[in-house]
Design a protein around this ligand. Structure first.
Ligand SMILES: Cc1cc2nc3c(=O)[nH]c(=O)nc-3n(C[C@H](O)[C@H](O)[C@H](O)COP(=O)(O)OP(=O)(O)OC[C@H]3O[C@@H](n4cnc5c(N)ncnc54)[C@H](O)[C@@H]3O)c2cc1C
Length: 376
């Protein structure tokens, strides 16, 4: 019932943290209510370079070098300076887990944080008993289970998404985005080609708007059957990445980008940052307080990018559709596309996975000098 590091959540964020602790010699335990890779939590599209950097390129189902943006009036097609890839969730999780040498896994449903013990360890209450650890990570997703109170829709700053996964014929080389008020008054629709299937869905920034009818309509319009539903909430506001001595990573820390709803890359990115801090603690090069402070500051240093994205999330749906169509045509000039998408990728760049830095500077600053013991 004890572990040196307890990682709650075995999806993108939790496995990225665990991967950084592989071979550290520490007793690291990962828990999740499901087996690793059992429940897909997204449309599973991620920048290809991130999948390569994480050593999980074998999970790629289809590379998508283009994006299209459709309004009721026009479709703009952009060639990106980098590509997306859709991947198979189960294969990706297995490939991450394979890299987590020496880490243990158990299934358990996490209920809440209990009272700390006399030696300063935290207590995590699960349906299989109480676990104790001095270093606890909440990578449990949008609800932020280990905080009190949890985040609860529809009051919390959360978006909602629903998608279907019909069969597909390998056609399409673009991640398609549909910005139409008929689908979501404040939100967007998408189609992610993934080899023999497509992931078609609708997301609403307004958590009180249901999106089932709209998802079915979009699938039918694209000539696909509305089958194999999958839906979830996702945060659109950055939260504190630490609290009550817990490290929060991924959706639990609001690391999903507003506007795009992209949260896999950032779960990897902040998961790596958190894992490096924890690794320094278990190597006796740092302590919990310093690690919490450094990781919290690293996450907060990205606040500006998250605020810009949140402002755009508010502005874009308010634009009259004809004006939006004009804007999309102008920003479709290749040099704008390269700059805008280059900036966007740089907010959580794939090089971070290879660098050996502990979490220090934000994305626009040069990466600091490697710290011994923090490297993988
Ligand atoms: C419909 C939809 C499509 C999306 N598509 C994309 C996309 O294509 N690309 C992209 O980048 N982002 C996408 N997102 C956002 C993305 O899914 C999230 O940002 C991402 O999954 C966050 O990763 P995470 O590891 O923090 O959390 P999650 O992936 O949500 O993982 C949380 C883990 O914790 C476990 N868990 C939760 N509660 C408990 C509990 N009480 N006890 C034990 N275990 C628990 C879960 O089983 C899960 O394994 C999409 C979101 C939605 C809703």
């Amino acid at each position: 019932m004890r572990a040196e590091v307890l990682i709650c959540g075995a999806s993108f964020a939790g496995l990225a943290v665990a991967r950084e602790l592989a071979g550290s010699g520490a007793d690291v335990l990962v828990i999740d209510r499901y087996e690793i890779g059992e429940r897909q939590t997204s449309a599973c599209a991620c920048p290809t370079r991130w999948l390569e950097a994480m050593g999980v390129a074998g999970s790629i189902k289809q590379e998508l070098p283009y994006m299209t943006f459709s309004t009721p009036y026009r479709t703009a097609r952009y060639r990106l300076p980098w590509s997306w890839s859709s991947f198979d969730y189960r294969t990706l999780c297995a490939a991450l887990w394979e890299q987590c040498t020496g880490v243990r896994f158990e299934t358990a449903k996490v209920e809440s944080l209990g009272e700390p013990t006399a030696d300063g360890s935290l207590s995590v209450i699960t349906d299989r008993g109480t676990l104790h650890s001095p270093l606890v990570v909440d990578a449990l997703g949008w609800r932020r289970v280990l905080s009190s109170p949890h985040y609860q829709p529809p009051q919390a700053p959360l978006s909602r998404g629903l998608e279907v996964h019909p069969d597909s014929d390998h056609s399409g080389d673009a991640l398609d985005v549909f910005v139409e008020r008929g689908l979501a008054r404040r939100g967007f629709g998408w189609r992610v080609p993934a080899g023999d299937e497509a992931r078609i869905g609708v997301g609403s920034y307004d958590p009180s708007q249901h999106v089932k009818r709209e998802t079915v309509e979009l699938a039918e319009r694209l000539g696909s059957e509305a089958v194999k539903y999958q839906g979830n909430w996702f945060p659109h506001r950055l939260r504190d990445a630490t609290g009550d001595n817990v490290f929060f990573v991924g959706d639990s820390a609001g690391h999903c980008f507003p506007l795009s709803g992209e949260g896999i890359r950032t779960a990897f990115y902040f998961g790596i940052a958190c894992g490096r801090e924890l690794r320094a603690v278990v190597a006796n090069e740092s302590d919990r307080e310093s690690a919490l402070a450094a990781y919290g500051a690293f996450s907060a240093s990205h606040g500006r990018a998250f605020r810009i994205a949140l402002a755009l999330q508010r502005i874009v749906p308010a634009l009259p559709p004809r004006l939006l169509t004009g804007v999309l045509a102008v920003v479709g000039l290749q040099r704008f596309v390269d700059r805008a998408f280059g900036w966007y990728l740089n907010q959580a760049p794939p090089e971070f996975a290879d660098s050996a830095t502990r979490s220090g500077p934000g994305p626009s600053e040069p990466l600091g000098a490697p710290l011994a013991g923090a490297a993988r």
